[in-house]
Ligand binder design. Structure first.
Ligand code: NCD
Ligand code: ZN
Ligand code: ZN
Length: 416
């Protein structure tokens, strides 16, 4: 047995404890004192559950010039994320079992962290065929890809998914509320895909969701949040929490739904801190520097973030804005529950996925530090607190902040 000790986040609070990992990588015991063949003592550093990022676009297969599974999951590991759920707007788009099986085959042995796959059913029949996907994704508006469905279609998909009890994550923007104006900057983009488009879309899905397990992706404003029904779940992205339309990011800050005003961002932070938002998800959506270096209106929407979500939020613990249980809930416990996977908690019987972090270890976020294939981060220069060590099923995958083991990530089957 491998024994790892430190100040462990266990059952909602920090305690000096030892975690015993068996040969299958599962947590076999959690005690004050444990003896094992191998003892690793992290002293007074914090041991937190590995983060679960339920919304990433690793661009593999089909768009590997932007990112690929090895590079994207390495960056995830650097940022303390031990499980990612990958979106279906890869090429071919994951709308059929053929595409889903081919994607799973393609990714095998190439991930640094564990991963789950979304599918995008375009009909109720496809919902039953795509049962091997961990969750479904529905786009109410055009974003990167061509997966948009009409509201009646979405309703039919909800009815079919309801019977399966499977999660349906929704990109909620009502294209009927978009303006025809071509946006030239971030404020213009906010006006072109306004908050009311999001608010209306969330109201629509609230009306037709029935018993379906609906999850609202990337909520950007309290107006939309107020419409999320109590029985649905929602996520916020780090870019909507840490960036806004006043930042000099140009096309690099172009994302769907758009960055909002500083006042909207403040209100969103407040809602998040108060526990009104279930999860933080990066919506890691890399595009290359070349693709972003064209006139604003032609640039693709999306920005990278899988490696910086945890470090940026962890930094906020020290500066007083956020408490640790809230962070752990939003980055590990709730996303795993929302996806319905056995991850996100340090508990006997769970996988030994955890991260070791020293809150005093503050670094600047740089493109070099996060290692994205696209070579840039919108959070350049901001302060972050990166994990020192990361364990996946008890094996060290990040040591001293750098990836030391690759290809160990496994596909998480549906209803694991
Ligand atoms: C995402 C992408 O590029 O895949 N873009 C984005 O602006 N968020 C798609 C999406 O999540 O809408
Ligand atoms: Zn989206
Ligand atoms: Zn997305």
């Amino acid at each position: 047995m491998r024994v790892i000790s430190g100040r462990v986040f266990f059952r909602g609070r920090l305690e000096p404890l030892s975690i015993g990992i068996d040969e299958t990588g599962q947590i076999a015991a959690i005690k004050k004192v444990l003896r094992g063949d191998e003892q690793i003592d992290h002293g007074d550093a914090l041991i937190l559950p590995g983060c679960v990022d339920l919304h990433v676009h690793m661009r593999d297969p089909g768009l590997r010039r932007k990112e690929d599974f090895p590079s994207g999951t390495r960056s995830a590991a650097i940022g303390g994320v031990t499980t990612v759920a990958d979106m279906p707007n890869t090429l071919p788009e994951v709308t059929t079992t053929t595409a889903l099986d081919a994607k799973a085959a393609e990714l095998r042995g190439r991930a640094a962290v564990d991963y789950a796959l979304y599918a995008a059913p375009r009909s109720p029949e496809a919902v039953s065929r795509l049962a091997n996907a961990v969750a479904f994704k529905v786009y109410m508006a055009e974003s990167t890809g061509s997966l948009q469905v009409t509201v009646p279609r979405m309703e039919a998909i909800f009815r079919a998914a309801e019977a399966q009890g499977k999660l349906v994550a929704v990109h909620a923007e009502d294209p009927g509320k978009f303006t025809q104006q071509k946006a030239k900057d971030l404020r213009g983009y906010d006006a072109a895909r306004p908050k009311v488009a999001e608010e209306t879309a969330v109201a629509t899905l609230a009306r037709i969701r029935g018993e379906a397990r609906v999850h609202v992706a990337h909520v950007t404003c309290v107006e939309a949040l107020d419409r999320v029904p109590g029985t649905a779940t929602c996520e916020v992205t780090p870019h909507h929490l840490f960036l806004d339309s006043s930042k000099p990011l140009g096309a690099r800050g172009k994302v769907n739904p758009p960055l909002r005003s500083p006042a909207d961002r403040d209100a969103l932070w407040d809602a998040f801190r108060k526990g009104r938002i279930d999860a933080v998800a990066s919506d890691h959506a890399p595009h290359t520097i070349e693709e972003k270096s064209v006139p604003f209106e032609e640039a693709p929407a999306g920005l990278p973030g899988v490696a910086t979500t945890f470090p940026l939020l962890m930094r906020r613990i020290r500066t007083g804005g956020l408490d640790l249980p809230r962070l752990v809930s939003a980055m590990a416990v709730r996303p795993a529950e929302i996806l319905g996977i056995a991850k996100g908690t340090i508990e006997v019987g769970r996988n030994g996925d955890f991260i070791v972090v020293d809150p005093r270890n503050i670094e600047a976020v740089t493109a070099n530090r996060v290692r994205y294939k696209c070579g840039w981060t919108p959070f350049e220069g901001m302060e972050g607190c990166f994990p020192r060590t990361v364990y996946l099923r008890g094996e060290t995958i990040v040591d001293d902040g750098e990836v030391v083991s690759e290809g160990q990530g496994r596909l998480i089957p549906a209803s694991s």
